[in-house]
Design a protein around this ligand. Structure first.
Ligand SMILES: Cc1ncc(COP(=O)(O)O)c(C=O)c1O
Length: 393
């Protein structure tokens, strides 16, 4: 388990926004540097310079595959999670619809990341697809029976995220996968927020496509991957040089691929070393401290058990989330609202879970990570409670 301070992460403000992005692990940075120096060549070149980068790329792909229980050839590297989601949703739906000669029907659910919802919308407007958006319950979970009832003869793809980025709620993917398997429908899961935080194994989950995002697991921004189960057809979004098994043309970004591989290797070791329970304890300590300081005013959202260990989605009665964070500059976190040109609207995720607007606008997303300590969460609780007392005074 990592306990030393991150060299670039100050102790104040307390960084509790790991679901937005994680700091780069210094070990990841060290691992990628050779690919920015001597191993700079194009891995597809035929001369001697290419051997090093080609080896690094293959090793990185194998590390990502190992974290997911996949085969290296099932990993398609992309430039972002949004791109991986688009490749999965559009690419797999269109390929399956072409093969089956149907107008595609895709099932998703209301709390998906905008990357998935936008890919569905694109399928609808540009490709005439029919899209079903399933509801969630008060804890943010989809009912697998609802997936079963929504499947029709033309359903080609179901896309349900593994963990929600705002609440941390984990979806019942294994149960949904059983439904999809039985009905011959492909299943994609966006695991951007769960990979590296909880065990993620593509066979145990039973998924056909799975999104992994580097900057949520201590690699830099701008690298991600899509797991594509062997035999699943996907139409490419970008054609050209045939890289990434013909699914994503473009000279490979070897330094970032190496970073993702190193991040995957470290995540596997940290998971085995108890990082999940450590974060869950800190998350629960933070919630308990807040509740102790503000009796009766603290409400936690999301599933009480099936939830990411490091995510605390919480609202405090009598506060407005963005005002509380503005009054508490020593805590760096996110709110449950979206800000458009200065006006705040309640988060679509919380609204879909049935939260009243005022509660959603009061919500904070406090997300912990590899270098978060007990002292950090204790300090954050005291600072937020003081800010909340000020707000209600
Ligand atoms: C659940 C989820 N999916 C996809 C993405 C998009 O990843 P990227 O920022 O790499 O496009 C994010 C990032 O916020 C996310 O949380």
């Amino acid at each position: 388990m990592t306990t030393a301070r991150h060299p670039d992460l100050p102790s104040r403000p307390v960084y509790l926004d790991h679901n937005a992005t994680t700091p780069v692990d210094p070990r990841v940075l060290d691992a990628m540097l050779p690919a920015l120096r001597g191993d700079f060549a194009n891995p597809s070149s035929t001369h001697a310079f290419a051997a090093g980068p080609a080896r690094l790329l293959a090793a990185a792909r194998a590390e990502v595959a190992a974290l997911l229980g996949a085969r290296p050839e099932e990993i398609v590297l992309t430039g972002s999670g949004s791109e991986a989601d688009a490749l999965a949703v559009r690419g797999a739906a269109l390929a399956a619809a072409t093969r089956r000669g149907v107008r595609p029907h895709v099932i998703t659910q209301v709390t998906e990341h905008p990357a998935v919802l936008a890919a569905c919308e694109e399928l609808r407007t540009r490709h005439g697809a029919r899209i079903t958006v399933l509801p969630v319950d008060a804890e943010g979970r989809v009912e697998p029976a609802d997936v079963a009832s929504a499947i029709t003869a033309d359903t080609v793809l179901v896309s349900v995220m593994h963990a929600n980025n705002e609440t941390g709620t984990l979806q019942p993917i294994t149960e949904i996968a059983a439904v999809c398997r039985e009905r011959g429908v492909l299943l994609h899961t966006d695991a951007a927020q769960s990979v590296g935080k909880v065990p993620v194994d593509v066979d145990a989950l039973g998924v056909d496509l799975l999104t992994v995002v580097g900057h949520k697991m201590y690699a830099p921004k701008g690298v991600a991957a899509l797991y594509v189960r062997r035999g699943v057809a996907v139409h490419p979004l970008v054609g050209g040089g045939g890289q990434e098994h013909g699914l994503r043309a473009g000279t490979e970004n070897v330094p970032h691929a190496v970073a993702l591989g190193a991040a995957a290797r470290i995540a596997r070791a940290e998971l085995a070393d108890g990082e999940g329970p450590r974060l869950a304890d800190l998350r629960d300590r933070l919630a308990a401290r807040l509740a102790g300081l503000l009796p009766g005013r603290v409400h936690v959202h999301g599933h009480p058990v099936h939830r990411l260990p490091g995510t605390l989605n919480v609202h405090i009665d009598g506060t407005v989330g963005h005002e509380l964070l503005a009054a508490t500059p020593d805590v760096a976190a996110s709110t449950g609202s979206a800000c458009h040109s200065g006006s705040h609207t309640p988060s679509a995720v919380l609204t879909a879970m049935g939260l009243p607007g005022t509660d959603a606008l009061a919500t904070l997303r406090l997300s912990l990570g590899r270098w978060t300590t007990q002292a950090d969460v204790d300090l954050a609780a005291v600072l937020l409670a003081a800010g909340a007392d000020g707000a209600s005074a």
